[in-house]
Design a protein around this ligand. Structure first.
Ligand SMILES: [Zn+2]
Length: 254
């Protein structure tokens, strides 16, 4: 039986695999790939993360923050939640896209804003009606690729890990993060591993990482403004229930 490590190990690369995960918002690393990141870290890998936005458009769990919380304060809260989850999962280094070293050389820091989403069908997200040229999806993909390549140049990961083209549930930022990771992997000539959006999707290898359950629950609990964990299920701020991400489907695409 192969393990995620086998998939992460690059033929001809003698050192330990050093995966760089590309995620859209704070909480995605835990909600989508928490067990995988924790498993890899527990097996001694230097796991890195780049998060593309600060989740400014995500709703807030009622009663967790004062009503007077400003958008700028929410950003700080979400950054702190992310930092705690990163520590809990054992992630070695975490970066924000647009902030050096994840910023093209010579350019000032640039914050890519959360693009938001609207439900267009049961469990499927589509674009929100937001007029902001600085959102992650309104920004230039070429600029974003240049920023990610700058990080890759410094960090020297051996493999990128990101969403498949469905972007877990269609959130426009997740789909863009997929496009970004694929484009950067091709330009940097790095292998890319996609994480399956749908359970039992064909063409993926499936791994049961239930031994990371407690770590994943602890990391999820860092996100008090976004979700709750009830009876071993994630309850999102909008009320949607989701199974803990303990079984992951992976495939190498580049
Ligand atoms: Zn997300």
């Amino acid at each position: 039986m192969s393990s995620p490590l086998d998939l992460m190990t690059v033929a001809g690369h003698s050192g330990a695999p050093a995966p760089l995960f590309v995620h859209a918002h704070p909480d995605d690393e835990t909600v989508q790939t928490g067990s995988l990141m924790a498993w890899l870290a527990a097996h001694g890998l230097a796991v890195s993360l780049v998060t593309c936005t600060r989740g400014e458009q995500g709703e807030i769990v009622a009663g967790v923050l004062p009503e007077s919380t400003t958008p700028a304060e929410l950003v700080r809260v979400r950054e702190n939640e992310l930092a705690k989850a990163v520590g809990t999962l054992g992630i070695a280094q975490a970066f924000m896209l647009g902030t050096p070293p994840a910023r093209a050389a010579g350019l000032e820091q640039h914050d890519y804003h959360d693009s938001g989403m609207a439900w267009i069908a049961e469990g499927l997200a589509g674009p929100a009606d937001i007029d902001d040229p600085q959102t992650f999806t309104a920004s230039s993909l070429d600029d974003e690729v240049a920023d990610l390549l700058a990080l890759i140049d410094q960090l020297r990961p051996t493999v990128l890990v990101g969403y498949d083209r469905l972007g877990s549930y269609g959130h426009p930022d997740h789909v863009r993060a997929h496009e970004l990771a694929v484009a950067a992997a091709q330009k940097a000539d790095l292998p890319m591993i996609e994480v399956a959006s749908e359970p039992d999707a064909e063409g993926f290898e499936w791994f049961d990482l239930s031994d990371q359950k407690q770590t994943v629950i602890s990391a999820l609990r860092c996100y008090a403004t976004q979700l709750r964990v009830v009876d071993d299920q994630i309850v999102h701020v909008g009320g949607q229930h989701q199974e803990l991400p303990l079984v992951v489907g992976l495939r190498r695409v580049h």
